[in-house]
Design a protein. Structure first.
Length: 288
């Protein structure tokens, strides 16, 4: 009898394991399909560019550090970026109260002609597991989705005004990786602040955000700052000061982009970093 019972327990365990595997596989296919759908929507939402090339003559009148930046990182007469596909590695934490950092790898697709991005990241978690984080800003709608093992969703939010605003802030900050998106012909309005900084303002689908860009003497963006970006803290959205830093500029496809970036929130006057990332590969497609 004990042998028979043991045999049935093993069979039952095998059935449960097989069932769980099937559930995970189905979930993985479903979540992968959602990511593919978002990517297709992002690519299809691109609008015709206002001019197809970078014209240094059109930079006259911009704040001095902004003009210096474009002349440093772009090439006169180059085509505008249609898509940027970035491979990233780094570490992040989900809260400024948490000390534990998790490593991640990610694919970041940006489409400046639609003012949008899709960030598809795999974040390592204990016991050799992971969570998939899918963040996006597409046709004016911010979205965030998190799934265990890239299969079982447990957090999702779409299209709230606060999320839309926060996602657009992120797009604008990360435009240093697809710099033709910062040109006035791409919709960015620049206002002077001082000899080393300027304010960039971008409007998309009724949402307007601004960021202070800080520049080095040679014309590289070294940081961004806003006193009020929407973030979720203890389950509630609040506008909190947000800052990022960039460095390690290298030539990529005839442009210069930073290979390292970090961002964080201010708490009691102290900057608490929550994301640190390296660009391991950058591929671009241009409008012509």
């Amino acid at each position: 009898m004990q042998r028979i019972m043991g045999k049935w327990i093993l069979i039952a365990g095998g059935v449960v394991f097989a069932g769980a595997t099937i559930v995970v596989l189905i979930g993985y296919i479903r979540e992968s399909s959602k990511a593919e759908q978002r990517e297709a929507t992002l690519l299809q939402s691109a609008s015709p560019p206002v001019g197809e090339i970078v014209d240094f003559n059109a930079l006259v009148g911009l704040p001095a550090p902004v003009e210096r930046y474009f002349r440093h990182v772009l090439t006169d007469g180059q085509a505008l970026i249609r898509t940027a596909t970035l491979r990233q590695t780094g570490t992040l934490r989900t809260s400024i109260q948490k000390e534990n950092w998790s490593s991640f790898t990610a694919s970041h697709l940006a489409v400046p002609l639609s003012t949008g991005f899709l960030w598809n990241a795999k974040v390592k978690t204990p016991l050799s597991t992971h969570v998939r984080v899918l963040d996006s800003y597409i046709t004016g709608i911010g979205s965030g989705r998190v799934s265990l093992l890239s299969a079982v969703p447990f957090a999702s939010e779409v299209g709230t005004p606060e999320l839309n605003s926060g996602a657009l802030h992120r797009y604008l900050a990360e435009a240093v990786w697809y710099p033709t998106a910062l040109l006035p012909q791409s919709g960015v309005l620049w206002s002077p602040l001082d000899d080393a900084s300027a304010l960039a303002t971008l409007t998309s689908n009724g949402t307007t955000v601004s960021l202070e860009f800080r520049f080095s003497d040679v014309g590289e963006v070294t940081g961004i700052f806003t006193p009020a970006r929407f973030g979720r803290f203890e389950g509630q959205y609040r506008q909190v000061p947000w800052e990022g830093h960039f460095r390690e500029y290298r030539a990529q496809a005839g442009m210069r982009i930073p290979l390292y970036g970090e961002v964080g929130w201010y708490a009691d006057g102290t900057l608490e970093l929550v994301w640190k990332g390296n660009i391991t590969d950058a591929a671009y497609k241009f409008v012509r």
